[in-house]
Design a protein around this ligand. Structure first.
Ligand code: ZN
Ligand code: ZN
Length: 346
């Protein structure tokens, strides 16, 4: 089968690999129908993710058809259409029992990281009973690809951890796919104000279309002052970091209101200063989280009921044969105006 391989920093290639086989009794083999590329895949390609070693098939998102299942799998059968969670979970260990699937002792984020992933014709998914979700009949499978990672990540790490509430004020720093997924799911709670902050004018236009009440182009260098003007000098109840660099986390510290919450989503590779000399008396909370995908059943129902339009996040479509072009398009988002790219089986 064809697969997209991480070959070491800044090298990616399509290679032929053997079709994966069942290893553990709880495994399933999935024939991929649609997958996508995540910002995290670009981090891996830069060499930022030490757990992902050269030779790995990338990808942790997608939908497919069950090709075979191990003897311990009871919830799925050959031919079932399934959504693949970016996080694999045994459902039985101490962390899974606490709903922290991301820290499962034999799972977590392993797909396309510690084991081969979904950017291939077939993928082996461990702990299939808990880590796959049945696709309801008639569902839009392309839209569901947005559920593998970015919608639960925006919702759990940004909206839930950030305690977004009716009438509250929210700022989302970063209007990439994760920031926009956060914007879509924040609206479940009807905050009074959602301010999107980014350097990219096109993404801010998209954010306005997705429901942002205000947008700020931080290229002005006046993002902090503008947020303060927009909130009568108070700052925001929830400041969500959706980039993963020091400047954006520092901005969140500058714009959080007394009693507010800073919710970090971004993957950080370098240290960030924590300004306790300014924050110690402000009654704020700071949260971090890796997505657990425990909100998946709720998000599946919300999507089916058309409460959110996940397809808004999809800007480009490619066949698997064109996956290298898909990577180039996704990696040069400022020029190509790409958000999420769909890669379909040939
Ligand atoms: Zn991802
Ligand atoms: Zn577990």
């Amino acid at each position: 089968m064809k697969a997209l391989i991480y070959k070491g920093p800044n090298i990616r290639a399509v290679e032929n690999r053997p079709k994966p086989e069942l290893i553990d009794p709880g495994d399933a083999i999935i024939k991929m129908l649609k997958t996508t590329i995540c910002g995290t895949d670009l981090h891996i390609l830069k060499g930022d993710v030490a757990t992902c070693t050269p030779g790995r098939i990338l990808g942790h998102e997608g939908v497919g058809v069950v090709d075979s299942v191990g003897p311990a799998v009871t919830a799925f059968h050959k031919g079932d259409h399934v959504l693949i969670s970016c996080v694999s979970a045994c459902g039985k260990c101490e962390y899974c029992r606490r709903g922290m699937y991301s820290h499962c002792l034999t799972g977590g984020w392993i797909l396309g990281n510690k084991i081969d992933g979904t950017q291939a014709e077939y993928v082996r998914t461990p702990h299939a009973d808990i880590s796959l979700y049945p696709i309801p009949a008639g569902a839009d499978e392309e839209a569901l690809v947005m559920l593998s990672d970015i919608l639960p990540t925006g919702f759990e790490c940004g909206v839930l951890n950030g305690k977004v509430a009716p009438g509250s004020t929210v700022a989302i720093v970063g209007a990439g796919p994760i920031g926009l997924a956060t914007l879509l799911t924040a609206q479940f709670y009807s905050p009074a104000q959602i301010i999107m902050i980014d350097l990219d004018a096109n993404r801010l236009v998209v954010a306005k279309h997705f429901g942002a009440t205000d947008i700020i182009n931080s290229a002005s260098g006046r993002a902090q002052e503008t947020v303060m003007e927009m909130t009568q000098g108070k700052g925001v109840d929830t400041a969500i970091e959706a980039v993963g660099i020091p400047a954006t986390f520092e901005l969140c510290q500058q714009i959080v209101a007394a009693g507010g919450t800073i919710a970090n989503i971004g993957v950080h590779g370098v240290p960030v200063a924590l300004h306790l000399e300014k924050l110690w008396d402000r009654n704020i909370s700071i949260t971090t989280r890796l997505v657990d995908t425990v909100s998946m059943p709720m998000l599946l129902k919300s999507l089916s009921a058309k409460k959110i339009d996940a397809k808004l996040l999809i800007t480009h479509r490619f066949k698997f044969d064109e996956i290298l072009e898909a990577y180039d398009t996704f990696a040069h988002a400022a020029d190509t105006k790409s958000l999420k790219v769909i890669i379909e089986a040939d």
